[in-house]
Design a protein around this ligand. Structure first.
Ligand code: SF4
Length: 319
């Protein structure tokens, strides 16, 4: 590598990136539960969608289960940041499980919106990804009133009882631009479609998308640290490409970067999803520095100061 070509290598590092307030709270909740009650602590579904976080907690004595029915009677179970339906709460109560609800308050907010609109007899068109845990929990608040809108064909299929009483809500971790496209399609079918009282796509998801957009056009390659089941991380790859990055890839760990991606690249953008601890980003920066991309500049589009109180079950026992 010539001195000239190596001098053009640089990294643009998005800020904000990584942990959001809801993920931070959920992970601390599990750590506190381990500290207070000792292992095993059961967690329904992955507490947050990140391999490293899940593997680390598993090593410390957390048992991840898919369903509450797998938790032995009387044991402690933590509900993940993505939220659960009332049916899951009811099942836990029937089995005498002790519960800690680590649902992100911004997901709870959408649950409350579903309840309110269902009570007012609206049909609710929930924009989100089929099969995602958050959507299952949110729909479960009023399954008879909620229709999931994932693809354009779901828009064509949607049926409402009264076109003057229909509202759209959304999953918290979607692409802002794609969601607005879906809303426009829905509005063509239902001109009286009501908007949510406030944005459902959360601050962390939209801030991370704004940050990656701000640097994408300058990047030959954008590396997003995040897991394949993380909705907001996958959206960052798509947003980077749409905003002009020549290539973009999702990796859980630095070791997953294919050296071939770097061929001919000068500017490499780095960001991470809302469930990613920054240590994984630091590992990636070191990996890049070892290969000549040591010049790192942060591209800051927002300074986040949001934090949430711990779940109330943990506040009661003192911190
Ligand atoms: S991504 Fe948003 S909704 Fe999800 S846990 Fe983080 S703050 Fe909450």
């Amino acid at each position: 590598m010539s001195a000239e070509s190596s001098s053009t290598k640089r990294v643009l590092l998005a800020k904000p990136r990584g942990y959001c307030a809801g993920v931070d709270r959920a992970v601390i909740a599990v750590e506190k539960a381990l500290e207070l009650y000792g292992p095993p602590v059961y967690v329904r579904k992955e507490i947050v969608h990140n391999r490293h976080v899940v593997d680390t907690l598993r090593e410390r004595g957390v048992i991840f289960v898919e369903e509450t029915s797998e938790v032995p009677e009387g044991e402690l179970v933590v509900f993940s940041a993505h939220g659960v339906s009332p049916a899951v709460h009811a099942e836990a109560a029937e089995r005498n499980l002790r519960t800690i609800d680590a649902t992100c308050p911004l997901v709870t907010k959408v649950h409350k919106e579903v309840n309110r609109f269902a009570k007012d007899d609206y049909d609710i068109l929930l924009i989100g990804h089929e099969g995602h845990e958050e959507v299952e929990g949110t729909s479960g608040e009023a399954p008879e009133r909620v229709q999931l809108i994932d693809t354009a064909s779901d828009v064509a299929r949607a049926e409402v009882r009264d076109p003057s009483k229909v509202v759209w809500l959304s999953q918290t971790t979607l692409s802002v631009d794609e969601t607005m496209e879906r809303v426009e399609q829905l509005r063509e079918r239902f001109p009286e479609l009501a908007d949510p009282p406030s944005d459902d796509i959360c601050y962390a998801t939209s801030n991370r998308q704004v940050a990656v957009k701000a640097m994408a056009a300058e990047c030959d390659l954008v590396l997003v640290v995040g897991s394949k089941n993380s909705s907001n991380s996958k959206r960052l790859v798509e947003v980077a490409l749409q905003a002009g990055a020549r290539a973009a890839h999702l990796v859980d760990f630095a070791r997953e970067v294919d050296q071939a991606w770097l061929e001919g690249a000068n500017t490499v953008g780095v960001t991470s999803g809302a469930s990613v601890p920054d240590v994984l980003v630091m590992d990636l920066l070191k990996w890049l520095a070892d290969r000549g991309w040591a010049d790192v500049s942060e591209v800051t589009t927002a300074n986040e100061k949001i934090s949430f109180a711990l779940p109330r079950e943990l506040r009661k026992v003192g911190q």
